[in-house]
Write a protein that binds this ligand. Structure first.
Ligand code: DAH
Length: 344
């Protein structure tokens, strides 16, 4: 019996000592002291058993156990004093002039950075910046823009339809153009507004197509707005974005919500119009769709087409960003590879 207790005591003392040597902080020490000297510790349990021993064993074992406990407590106390002194020394020896550890900071996504630049340019020209819903009604996304349900233009904008419990016909907006009508309804005419935002198409992704991408819609409505205003404003904006004079040209193009409609090209910056790989030898780079707002669209926005005319444009932000930075694949933007983003 006594030898079992003796063995248990030896083990408890050994465990306590080894725990103590592993302490490197005051916190470690607190944990070790609780585990090995505390109320629920093995040693404490043994001390409590002394009273239950037969009288002849009580004396010798009691003496050993009490001595062990006292020695251990002294060793723990000494170690705690050391640890405290160390941590004070660490504070005292801390050199506040040591250079800090640099934290890694993120930055704006390149498409967002260009979006802000575009916003700044338009704001400086008196445009307001509006947000619009990304889940849009069929009526705003198509009908109000002169695209009825049988219209072939619906086919080239492959649409994500949204199930609506309330039974409305909802889509992920395929372009920012529905905001033309919403803005006219909200603010009336005259009006200068841009609408940057995300748009969605049910397309297979490749180097120049993504199912989610970014556009900036622009709309100016006023008395006597003509194609000359459209071209002049776009040339001024591109001059601000690219620096210097930027030559632009309009090519007739069909969009249901403008009449006349155009595609706007700007002269290639890389070859100054001589023809190179970037502009595929043409000297021009296709940038956006635009035109004079169709009378049906003005009416849908509650604006009198007899009194007001307007121009509108839709600019692809991802493409603009790709051109600015020479990015060859649009899928990088959503790829999440930090090695790509760290280059900006
Ligand atoms: N909404 C068109 C698209 O996503 C772009 C566009 C073309 C917008 C002509 C316009 C415009 O405002 O006038 O392809």
């Amino acid at each position: 019996m006594s030898s079992d207790l003796d063995r248990a005591l030896d083990e408890a003392v050994l465990a306590a000592k080894s725990a103590l040597t592993r302490c490197t902080t005051v916190d470690d020490w607190e944990a070790a002291a609780t585990a090995h000297l505390g109320r629920k510790s093995a040693i404490n349990g043994l001390l409590r058993q002394i009273a239950t021993l037969p009288t002849d064993q009580r004396g010798p074992f009691g003496k050993r156990a009490n001595e062990s406990s006292r020695t251990l407590t002294a060793e723990f106390d000494a170690r705690k004093a050391d640890l405290l002194a160390n941590s004070l020394a660490a504070v005292r020896d801390f050199d506040p002039s040591t250079p800090g550890v640099a934290l890694r900071r993120g930055h704006e996504h390149p498409v967002l950075a260009i979006r802000r630049e575009v916003e700044d340019v338009f704001v400086s020209m008196g445009f307001r910046v509006q947000d619009g819903p990304e889940v849009e009604t069929e009526a705003y996304n198509f009908e109000a823009l002169n695209i009825p349900s049988h219209h072939p233009a619906r086919d080239f904008q492959d649409t994500f339809w949204v199930d609506d419990p309330a039974g409305r016909r909802l889509v992920m907006r395929t372009h920012t153009s529905p905001m033309q009508v919403r803005a006219m309804r909200q603010f009336g005419a005259p009006l200068r507004v841009i609408v940057p935002g995300r748009v969605y198409r049910n397309e297979t992704a490749d180097a120049t197509h993504e199912s989610a991408f970014h556009q900036v819609e622009g709309l100016v409505v006023d008395r006597g707005i003509s194609v000359a205003h459209l071209k002049g404003v776009m040339a001024a904006v591109l001059g601000r974005l690219f620096g210097g004079e930027v030559a632009v040209r309009l090519r007739p193009h069909y969009f249901p919500f403008v009449e006349p409609g155009f595609e706007l090209d700007f002269q290639c910056r890389f070859c100054a119009g001589a023809g190179c790989a970037v502009c595929k030898g043409t000297g021009w780079i296709e940038l956006l769709g635009c035109g004079l707002v169709h009378a049906h669209v003005l009416k849908a926005g509650g604006v009198d087409p007899e009194a007001f005319t307007g121009f509108a444009f839709g600019l692809g932000l991802d493409r603009l960003t790709m051109m600015r930075h020479g990015v060859e694949d649009i899928r990088h933007f959503h790829g999440g590879d930090l090695r790509f983003f760290e280059q900006f």
